[in-house]
Design a protein around this ligand. Structure first.
Ligand SMILES: [Zn+2]
Length: 388
């Protein structure tokens, strides 16, 4: 009897170990690799001139979801799009890290139900995030910020999270990070959570993601509604606290309501233009709204994925950047990859010099290249981050 018990408990233990090894060693990495692929490609052309210019650029990217994945960004990986070694290789000086906290199953650009089963709940469990994140959207945002705090705390990473304007002035070689929520559902309907997220280091907040939330309509939700009463209250509180507002996934009516409600310059962390790629009408804002955002000093980050632009190659990204500059002016356009945001891209962040090459090849002048590759982001942050 005792022997049989030993055998059975031994077998159960073995089974458990196999399941754990399978989940963490195979299933989770495979999901990450499958969700964040880079198209197989020969090395992109980068001329000597482009290489030399790229080395002198301040490079900034407005959107990466890397903190969502069980992949320590301090190491170089052969999956996904972003980690510190690859950011350095790509010459990146400023990287926005966005926190995805809820994502309805069957995600699409046309219409999602807010109460569909949530994939981030599953991901939080499978990736063994702390228990407190399993049932709380707020805690998922807090946890992702805390992951970045840990990275910041290790001196060898040379990374600083921008919390105030003066944090933007760092010696060369420092990577400046900025925290953004992808949607404001982490508020869980409570205004006081804005202050808590601020204390966690968030200095930018998206209003919606793929579904309508307590603040108002998403571009990919069911209602296409504008700001709710709570949404108006939240937006005013964000403006009061100098939290930059990202309207990347908001419905047109929500964006119009925000433009009426506050004077703060808004930004679009990852997107493109419908006039540059007509089939993106369910992912991008119309030109008239983009022009209003640009007119008050806001910026548009050009995404590297097919929902945002027509051609995701470095050449296609450059073409869309040039189109956006023609439309909105050279001060209003930036990079907004959506790296590690469950998108397929043509290049990872180590290869950004290929975009500089294409901008030169398509006739953009050096001062404009400097602006769109990063200076516009730095200027926008400098104008909108709190003084202290
Ligand atoms: Zn997004």
């Amino acid at each position: 009897m005792r022997k049989a018990f030993k055998w059975i408990s031994g077998l159960i233990l073995l089974l458990l170990i196999t399941v754990v090894i399978y989940i963490f060693g195979i299933a989770v990495p495979q999901t990450d690799a499958r969700m964040n692929p880079v198209a197989v490609h020969d090395p992109y052309p980068v001329s000597e001139r482009a290489k030399a210019l790229h080395a002198t650029l301040l490079v900034a990217d407005l959107h990466s979801d890397s903190l969502l994945w069980r992949r320590n960004p301090e190491k170089r990986w052969d999956r996904g799009h972003v980690d510190l070694p690859r950011l350095r290789e790509g010459g990146v000086d400023i990287q926005v890290f966005s926190a995805v906290t809820k994502s309805p199953r069957g995600l699409n650009f046309d219409g999602n139900d807010a109460d569909a089963p949530d994939d981030i709940t599953t991901l939080a469990k499978l990736q063994l995030w702390p228990l407190r994140t399993w049932g709380s959207i707020y805690e998922r945002a807090a946890f992702q910020a805390q992951r970045l705090h840990k990275i910041e705390s290790r001196a060898q990473n040379n990374l600083v999270i921008a919390r105030k304007k003066s944090d933007l002035n760092q010696p060369g070689g420092t990577l400046i990070a900025l925290l953004l929520t992808e949607g404001s559902h982490p508020l869980e309907g409570k205004i006081e959570n804005i202050a808590k997220l601020y204390d966690e280091g968030y200095r930018a907040m998206g209003l919606q993601h793929f579904f309508d939330n307590e603040l108002g309509g998403s571009m990919h939700g069911r209602s296409q509604a504008g700001l709710t009463r709570f949404g108006r209250e939240a937006v005013l509180e964000m403006e009061r606290r100098n939290i930059m507002i990202d309207v990347a996934h908001s419905s047109r009516q929500t964006v119009r309501d925000v433009l009426t409600l506050v004077d703060a310059p808004l930004f679009i962390s990852h997107g493109g233009t419908i006039s540059g790629c007509p089939k993106t009408a369910n992912r991008n804002l119309p030109d008239d709204i983009l022009l209003q955002i640009a007119a008050r000093g806001g910026i548009l980050g050009i995404g590297y994925f097919s929902g945002a632009i027509c051609d995701i190659s470095p050449k296609g990204i450059a073409t869309e950047i040039i189109h956006a500059v023609d439309l909105l002016g050279e001060d209003a356009v930036a990079l907004g990859s959506d790296y590690d945001g469950t998108v397929k891209t043509a290049l990872d962040t180590s290869e950004l010099a290929a975009i500089t090459h294409e901008l030169i090849a398509q006739g953009m002048k050096e001062p404009q290249i400097r602006k769109v590759m990063g200076e516009n982001v730095k200027r926008y942050f400098a104008e909108n981050l709190p003084e202290k």
